[in-house]
Structures are given as C-alpha cells and as structure tokens.
Design a protein around this ligand. Structure first.
Ligand code: 3PG
Length: 316
C-alpha cells in the first residue's frame, strides 16, 4: 500500500461532499477534522470544487483533500493544480483513467462490474471505488469478487451510511467507505458545522466500536488467584487461567509489570484505525505494538497511564 492508500485505510471513512460556495470549504474542513475525520472528497459536481480544494489545501494542510466525480481531463488538471492529493472517478472510462494515471496522482477508478475491475487491475490500479455500492449488490458482491480478484481493495460509495457502514468495514478488503451522509449539501449550505462534526464523531465511534474489554490488576500471582476465586464465587463469573493471567470474567489478575497498578483493556473493531485515530487525537502510543499474521495491529498500549493503569487497545 502506498502511503496515501494507507492513510485512506486508516481514516476508514471519506466524506464525499459537494460545495456550492467556496467560502464554506475551510469551515467544512475544520468541522470534519473536529469530528475526527480530517478528509474530504470534494466532488466536481459544483463550480466551487476547484476553489474549495485550493482553500483547504492552503489553510488546512492536515486535512486530506481529494477530488471526486472527475469526468474530464480538464477537471483532473484543475484538481491537481488546486492541490488534490487523490482523484476518484465515478465510472470506468479507460481514456480518462489512463490520463489521470499519467498525472502521477493516486487515484481510485470507479467500477461496478468484474470487467471494469479487471481493466483497472490490468492498469495496476488495485484500489477501486465500488459505485454505486448498495445498488450493485453491496458488500456481498465484493465478497464474491474477492475470490478471483485477490489484489483488489475497494472503497464502496453510494448508499453507504451509518447503519450499513460496519457491514462493509468488517470485510478486510475494504480500504474505506465513502459517502455523503456525513456532510450533506443542505447542512453545508446552512453552515451546520456542529451537525457535521457530530455526524463525523458518531461515524468514527461506530467504525472503531470502542468498548471496555476488561480490567487487569497487577500484583502477586497467588494473591491474584485468591482474588479471582473470591469474585467468581460471589458473582458467578467464569474462572480461568492463561498466559495473560488469572481471569474472573472480564476482571483479571496478573504478575506485576513495572510501576503500573494494572491495565484497562479497551476493545476495538479495528486496531489499525484506532491507533491512527488516537494519534490524531494527540495520544502517544507505546512503540511495542503487536501485529497479526496479515500485518494488522492486534494490540497496542498508550504511553501514558491513567490513574496508574496502563491503557491497552485490542482488536476484538
Ligand atoms: C459518490 O459520488 O461517491 C456518491 O454519490 C455518494 O453516494 P451517497 O450520496 O449515497 O453517499
């Protein structure tokens, strides 16, 4: 994965927007960033697209801005000149795709059929916008295509929303989901920045699915066994022992680790995206990160403790 597609994967959601007034571009970018999603695909469905990309590029360099609905070579040139970091097309027009590729900018061609996807992959374009996703069979179609097309990764857009977001994101061949539900044109025109920020926040929380996984207390092992047995006898929790410690349901006891009193375990649906999100929030991550066999993060800890407890984030 190039750095750009890694960034898009870590963001997980790309708000697709149509801006009528370029004056709204920077406040919109800030609203998205405040909600935890510093990214936007600005569509060339409005005359303000080019200027919107230019302003966000200049004033919000930490917001990843791309160009969408790029239908002509002239639009592609204007998008690049304005500072777009990636280009997305709705469909697979071979001449256009070849032209955009020749500009050297990361791109996601739109494709909805196996034939279009094969053409994209034969041009070395493995990150494909699946559009319109819901009208074309949704994630089940992508699961069927994933067998023959081992190198393809998709960004579904078109009918993706807060309700079906995780149906897509739980499939590991989805690079990110795109959609207009986060920053609707009407909300942008009405300057409802708080609404857009809240939509982002909810979408990010849905995507990450943070929840308390358990609490581990560090200390003497024999005392830990006694504590776990007492809790299990009182509350009927399941007792077990493994290499991580002695468990009484979601409470565990383990040998002392340095100075910390214990560890609060937070589960997430995607630890890669959780780590990227927490870094964006300013949290420092311990460099000792655990990965699974596919190179995805399975577990990591924050550098700082909270009330003397380590904070460990685990993929569910
Ligand atoms: C796009 O261009 O990606 C789609 O129009 C977004 O579709 P949506 O409005 O259903 O999110």
């Amino acid at each position: 994965m190039t750095d750009m597609f890694k960034t898009i994967y870590e963001l997980g959601i790309i708000p697709v927007v149509a801006i009528d007034d370029a004056e709204d571009a920077v406040p919109l970018a800030k609203a998205l960033r405040d909600g935890g999603l510093p990214a936007a695909e600005i569509t060339f469905r409005t005359a303000a697209a080019e200027e919107a990309i230019r302003r966000i590029t200049a004033e919000c360099p930490d917001v990843l801005v791309g160009a969408g609905t790029v239908l002509t070579k002239e639009q592609a040139d204007r998008a690049v000149a304005a500072g777009a970091k990636f280009i997305v097309t709705p469909g697979f027009n071979p001449e256009m795709i070849a032209y955009i590729k020749s500009l050297g900018i990361p791109m996601m061609p739109g494709a909805a059929t196996p034939g279009e996807m094969e053409q994209a992959m034969s041009m070395g374009l493995n990150n494909i916008k699946f559009f319109p996703a819901e009208a074309n069979g949704g994630v089940n179609k992508l699961k069927a295509l994933a067998g023959p097309y081992q190198s393809a990764k998709w960004m579904p857009t078109g009918g993706v929303n807060a309700k079906n977001l995780n149906d897509y994101l739980s499939f590991d061949r989805i690079i990110a989901c795109g959609g207009t539900w986060i920053a609707k044109s009407a909300d942008i025109a009405a300057k409802k920045w708080d609404v857009i920020t809240e939509n982002c926040r909810q979408a990010v929380m849905t995507m990450l699915g943070f929840k308390l996984g358990g609490i581990v207390f560090y200390g003497d092992e024999e005392q830990g066994k006694k504590n776990a047995k007492l809790i299990c006898s009182l509350f009927g929790f399941a007792y077990s022992e493994d290499q991580c410690g002695i468990h009484a349901g979601d409470i565990a006891f383990s040998k002392a680790h340095g100075e910390a009193k214990g560890c609060i375990v937070i589960e997430t649906l995607n630890a890669d995206r959780a780590a990227a999100y927490l870094r964006r929030k300013g949290a420092e991550i311990d460099p000792d990160i655990w990965y699974d066999s596919k190179g995805h993060i399975s577990c990591f800890a924050l550098k700082d403790t909270v009330a003397g407890f380590e904070i460990c984030i685990e993929k569910k």
